[in-house]
Design a protein around this ligand. Structure first.
Ligand code: ADP
Ligand code: MG
Length: 595
C-alpha cells in the first residue's frame, strides 16, 4: 500500500476538513450505540411490569418510578430514541459534507496535477502511449483513487468507531455471549471480500468490452463511406452483433455472482442472531443477563453486519486504488527527455543555425532517421529541403523544433546549443507548420490566432492579414460565417489544401524570424503555391525560411537546396549547381518539368 502514501500530501492539504469529519463520525457512532441500550431498557421495563406483583416495587431504568405513571418510562425512552436518531443523522450529514467534499477537492487537485504533467511531457512519451491509456489515467484511475479517499476512507473511519463502540458495549454486558456472537462474522467478512473481488473483476471485464464496443462503433461510423462502397454492411452488422453477444454474456455472468451477495449476508446475520437467541436464552436462565440485554444484543449484531460486510468492500476498494495510484505515480514521475534548462538563454531575434554531425535514432523503433547531418543556415536565407519519403526531412524539422534532441552531434543557434536555450522562447521564434496539419474544433480565427506569442512583438499581424499572405483569405470570407466559421467535427469540412493554408496563417501571424514549413503546400495547387512562395520571398531580409517540399519546380529562387537520402545529405547547392550534377535532383527535376 506504499503507493497510496503519495496521497498523504493531498490529505494533509485538507486536514482540517478531514479532522472535523472524523470527530463527527465518532460522535454519530457513539449515539448509534446508545439506541440498543434504550430498547433494552424498554424491554426490561415491560418485562418487570408483567412480572410485578406490586407496582410500587417496579423501578425502571435511571430510577424512574413506574408506579407514578406506568407509561412515562416508555414514552421518555421513545422520545430519547427519536432525538438521538435525529442528532445522529445530522452528524452523519456533516460527516459526508466534510469527508466526501474533501475527497472531491483532492480529486480535483490530482486531476490538475496529471493534466499539467501531460502538458510537460514530450512527444516521445505520446508516441509510446496510446490515447485510450492516457485518457483512462486521468479519468478511471483518478476516480478509483477518489473512491479510496472518499467513501473508503469515510467508511473505514466509520467502521473503526462503530465496531469499537459496539464491541465495548457488548463486552460490558456479557463477554461470554459476545465471544459466541462474533464467531460467524469473520467468515462473513472474508466471503464478502471474495465475492466483491469477483464482482469487481466482472464489472471491469464488462467495462473493457463496452469500451471495445464503443470504439468499434466509432470506427464503423467514421469509415461508413468505405463500408458502403465495398458493400460490407452485413459484415459490419455481424461483427457488431458478435461483440455485443460477448458483452451480454459477461453481464449475465456478473449478475449471477451479484445475486449470491445478498443471500450470503442474510445467512450469516441469521446465524449470528440464532446464536444470540440460543446462547443468550441460556444466559438469561443462568441469571447472567436480563431479557433486555438479549434484545440489545440482537440489535448490536445487526449493527455489526453492515460494518463487517463493508470491511471486505473497503479492502477491495483500497486494493484497486493502490493499483491505480501506482500507475498515476509512475506517470507523475516520468521525466520528459526534452526539457527547458534551469536558466535558459533567450534566443536572439535572428541568428545562424548550424547542424553539426547530427544523428538521430527514434528511441521507440530504433530507426535511424538522420545520419551525420551538417548544415549551416544563415539568417535571412531561403532553404529548401527535398528527398524521398522517409529520407528524414520531417525528422530534421522536429529536431529543430526540439520535439526530440539529437542522439549525436548538436544543433546551435548563434553558437549556442539549442539545449541551453529557453525551450518555449525558442519554439516561439519559429513559425512551424507540421506535416500533419491539425486544426482545433474552434473558429477559423481562433485557429489562426492560436498562439498569443510575444505581446511586444511589433510584427504581430491581424489574422486576416496572415490569411491573405497564406492565400486563404478569399476562401474564408466566402464561407457563410467568415472567420467565425467553426472547424472540425461540429463545423465545416475543409479540404486538405485549405487546412494547410490556415495552418500556414497560424505560423505567419506572429511574424516569426524563422519559418519552417514541412511539406505544407503539398495539397495546394501550383498557382496558389507560387503566390505563397512569392510572399515568402518578399519577407524582410532577416526572416529565414526553411521549406520542406516534394515539388521541385517552384524551387528556382532558393539560396540553397538540400537533398536528403536515408538520413544523409547527398547533394547541396543552388538550382544551377545541382542541375549540373548527375543525381537525384536532376532526375526529379526532369520528371516534374512540364513537358
Ligand atoms: N515518430 C516516429 N517514430 C519512429 N520512426 C519514425 C517516426 N517518424 C518517422 N520515423 C521514421 O524515420 C524515418 C524518416 O522519416 P521522416 O523524417 O518522416 O521522413 P520524411 O519526412 O522525409 O518522409 C522513416 O524511416 C520513418 O519511418
Ligand atoms: Mg515528412
Amino acid at each position: 500500500m506504499k503507493e497510496l502514501r503519495k496521497l498523504n500530501q493531498y490529505l494533509w492539504r485538507h486536514r482540517y476538513m478531514l479532522l472535523t469529519g472524523t470527530i463527527f463520525v465518532a460522535m454519530a457512532n457513539m449515539l448509534k450505540v446508545f439506541n440498543p441500550k434504550i430498547v433494552g431498557w424498554a424491554v426490561d421495563i415491560v418485562y418487570a411490569t408483567f412480572n410485578a406483583e406490586d407496582m410500587n416495587s417496579v423501578e425502571g431504568p435511571l430510577g424512574i418510578q413506574l408506579n407514578v405513571a406506568p407509561n412515562a418510562g416508555l414514552i421518555i425512552l421513545a422520545c430519547t430514541f427519536i432525538g438521538l436518531a435525529l442528532i445522529s443523522g445530522l452528524f452523519t450529514f456533516i460527516m459526508r459534507q466534510t469527508i466526501i467534499v474533501a475527497s472531491r477537492r483532492i480529486e480535483y487537485d490530482l486531476k490538475n496535477d496529471i493534466y499539467a504533467q501531460y502538458q510537460r511531457l514530450d512527444q516521445a512519451f505520446y508516441k509510446k502511449n496510446n490515447t485510450g491509456d492516457l485518457m483512462s489515467r486521468a479519468t478511471e484511475d483518478v476516480s478509483r483513487v477518489r473512491m479510496y479517499l472518499g467513501p473508503a476512507l469515510m467508511y473505514g473511519i466509520n467502521l473503526f468507531f462503530l465496531i469499537t463502540f459496539v464491541l465495548l458495549s457488548m463486552v460490558q454486558i456479557d463477554p461470554v455471549l459476545t465471544a459466541w456472537v462474533l464467531i460467524p462474522l469473520p467468515f462473513l467478512s472474508l466471503s464478502i471480500y471474495y465475492v466483491n473481488d469477483k464482482i469487481n473483476r466482472g464489472s471491469e471485464a464488462i467495462q473493457r468490452q463496452l469500451s471495445f464496443l464503443t470504439t468499434s462503433a466509432q470506427e464503423f461510423f467514421s469509415g461508413i463511406r468505405v463500408i458502403k462502397s465495398y458493400a460490407q454492411e452485413e459484415m459490419a452488422i455481424d461483427q457488431y452483433a458478435k461483440d455485443s453477444e460477448e458483452y451480454k454474456q459477461r453481464s449475465i455472468h456478473l449478475a449471477k455472482i451479484e445475486s449470491i451477495f445478498l443471500p450470503l449476508m442474510v445467512l450469516m446475520i441469521g446465524l449470528s442472531t440464532l446464536l444470540v437467541i440460543y446462547i443468550g436464552g441460556l444466559r438469561i436462565i443462568d441469571g447472567a443477563i436480563t431479557p433486555g440485554n438479549m434484545a440489545e444484543f440482537i440489535i448490536y449484531v445487526n449493527l455489526l453486519t453492515w460494518p463487517v460486510t463493508s470491511i471486505g468492500w473497503v479492502a477491495s476498494i483500497i486494493q484497486r486504488a493502490a493499483a491505480s495510484q501506482k500507475r498515476i505515480n509512475e506517470f507523475l514521475s516520468a521525466e520528459p527527455q526534452v526539457s527547458t534548462p534551469q536558466e535558459g538563454q533567450k534566443p536572439s531575434k535572428t541568428g545562424l543555425i548550424e547542424f553539426k554531425d547530427v544523428s538521430f535514432v527514434y528511441p521507440e523503433t530504433g530507426i535511424q532517421a538522420l545520419n551525420k547531418v551538417n548544415l549551416t543556415i544563415k539568417p535571412g536565407e531561403r532553404i529548401a529541403v527535398i528527398g524521398r519519403t522517409g529520407s528524414g526531412k520531417s525528422s530534421l524539422a522536429e529536431l529543430m523544433m526540439r520535439m526530440y534532441d539529437p542522439k549525436e552531434g548538436q544543433i546551435t543557434y548563434n553558437g549556442v546549443d539549442l539545449k541551453d536555450l529557453d525551450l518555449h522562447a525558442w519554439r516561439q521564434t519559429i513559425g512551424y507548420v507540421p506535416q500533419d496539419v491539425f486544426l482545433f474544433s474552434e473558429t477559423i480565427e481562433d485557429n489562426i490566432q492560436f498562439s498569443p506569442g510575444d505581446k511586444q512583438n511589433e510584427g504581430k499581424m491581424a489574422p486576416q492579414i496572415a490569411a491573405q499572405h497564406a492565400s486563404i483569405h478569399e476562401e474564408i470570407t466566402s464561407f457563410h460565417d467568415g472567420y467565425e466559421t467553426l472547424v472540425g467535427e461540429r463545423g465545416v469540412t475543409l479540404s486538405g489544401g485549405q487546412k494547410q493554408r490556415i495552418s500556414l496563417a497560424r505560423a505567419l501571424v506572429n511574424s516569426p524570424s524563422i519559418l519552417l514549413l514541412d511539406d505544407s503546400l503539398s495539397a495546394v495547387d501550383a498557382e496558389t503555391e507560387a503566390r505563397i512562395l512569392e510572399y515568402l520571398d518578399s519577407l524582410d531580409k532577416e526572416t529565414t525560411a526553411i521549406i520542406i517540399t516534394h515539388r521541385i519546380f517552384s524551387l528556382l529562387d532558393f539560396d540553397k537546396i538540400i537533398v536528403l537520402d536515408q538520413g544523409s545529405v547527398i547533394q547541396r547547392g543552388n538550382h544551377e549547381e545541382l542541375y549540373k550534377q548527375e543525381g537525384f535532383y536532376r532526375e526529379i527535376y526532369d520528371k516534374q518539368r512540364p513537358q
